[in-house]
Design a protein around this ligand. Sequence first.
Ligand code: TYC
Length: 116
Amino acid sequence: MLSPQSHTLTMANDPDDGRGTSTLVEPKAKTKRPPLYKVLLLNDDYTPMEFVVHVLERFFHLDHAHAFEIMLTVHKKGVAVVGVFSHEIAETKVGQVMDFARRHQHPLQCTMEKEE
Ligand code: TYC
């Protein structure tokens, strides 16, 4: 298969073009980007809207209008993506939200999902 990382014969690695000027070029090493994770907020019937807006401002650094908009999307559709992060950052955000909700005795749920 031809990909940017396959070892193809080019002018640069042709061992002999007759002029003694050949150069060996190694195939490019694989550099796969790490996967990203969507952080999702789930709707429920009990968590106050203002609390959800506060969570979005506090842990996701959204301005008030954007936080309110995402809260309303979750309220109407059941779920929304709040942000996309590395595995470690996504895990931290989910933990912060779940902990904060539990401490305030709200059933708010926050999860993460690998982005395909
Ligand atoms: N549905 C909640 C209510 O009517 C509000 C809410 C919005 C709860 C978003 C959770 O992730 C959520 N009070």
